[in-house]
Design a protein around this ligand. Sequence first.
Ligand SMILES: *Cc1c(COP(=O)(O)O)cnc(C)c1O
Length: 373
Amino acid sequence: MPVSAATLRIDLNAIAENYRLIRQQAGGAQVAGVVKADGYGLGAVPVAQALMGAGCRTFFVALFFEAMALKPAMRPSDTLFILNGLHHGAEEACAQLGAIPVLNSLDQVERWGATARRLGRRLPAALQVDSGMSRLGLSPEEAEVLVSEPERLHGIDLQLVMSHLACADDDAAPFNTLQARRFEALAQAFPHVPCSLDNSGGAFLDRGHFDLVRAGIALFGGAPNTGPNPMKQVLELDVGITQLRHVEAGATVGYGCSYVCAQTTRIATIPVGYADGWSRHLSNCGSAYIAGIRVPIAGRVSMDSITLDVTSVPEEMLFPGARVELIGPHQSIDDVARDAGTISYEILTQLGHRYVREYLPARPAPLNRSNQT
Ligand SMILES: *Cc1c(COP(=O)(O)O)cnc(C)c1O
């Protein structure tokens, strides 16, 4: 490996531990792993396998092609839902794959029912109702149509009724209670079908969690809400310094000369840039760490490199190849997100493909805890 390569270490054991913590939070509810967008950028297959080892049997992806990629790595008894619903033209392929679409409209219900009749067998489905996101799912009026015309569900084996929270990361938001009430009322129309409302944030709300929690970001170490983060950090990203220089007071650094050195400054260049998911919004405001010492980003983030002001770092620690922490014990994904003006979800899903990825394996669960969901 060249000294300058950036290494992304993904701790599958931390993901398994986070899964177990969420299951404790969820009380009696089952906990599913949401591994859309290639497992939030960390690799859907290794992440799902680590979750299986921790007892997870239900998974969600967003798109049909994500289901195609993940299904072969799953056990036949595991369940895989497709959140974004039934893709036009993929109905029979979806049935054949054994992935379960989340039906988000009456049209999708109609097409899935027609597919079932054509194939001559009942097909499993989830149904999403909209309780306030106004994004995906049947409106309350459409849900009522389905209830008053149950023949529309002929051939469909409804396995889950679900909805999604808009403000779950804010445990004080009154909208959480409103959505839970609306969802309860909508779900009553399907009395024998398991219900799911909560994502990571929802799992940490102080109330019941229906039958199934759909956990994503918290598995990967992101804070589930605005309070102190109880999750284990999953990622370490570090990179070797490519080049070092002294620049004089008054010199500028990077594109647009946006950073002007107030004094003689030691600048280190690292080979990570916005093409690696290190947002340009971090120009002149993000940080990195060398041996625990904060080194601010000086100047604009380039496509393939970042310049750091390392003046405060002892000279003996500065040499080509010296390791710089971008994500790790001193800087969480939520820290990076705050500096970039975004959320940890976006930091994770933008992580680039030029990193050397190393997976630290999951260990078996401690014996005093049940391994079953
Ligand atoms: C992405 C997603 C989740 C997971 O949300 P997190 O906040 O990452 O836990 C759950 N449900 C739906 C419908 C989603 O789109």
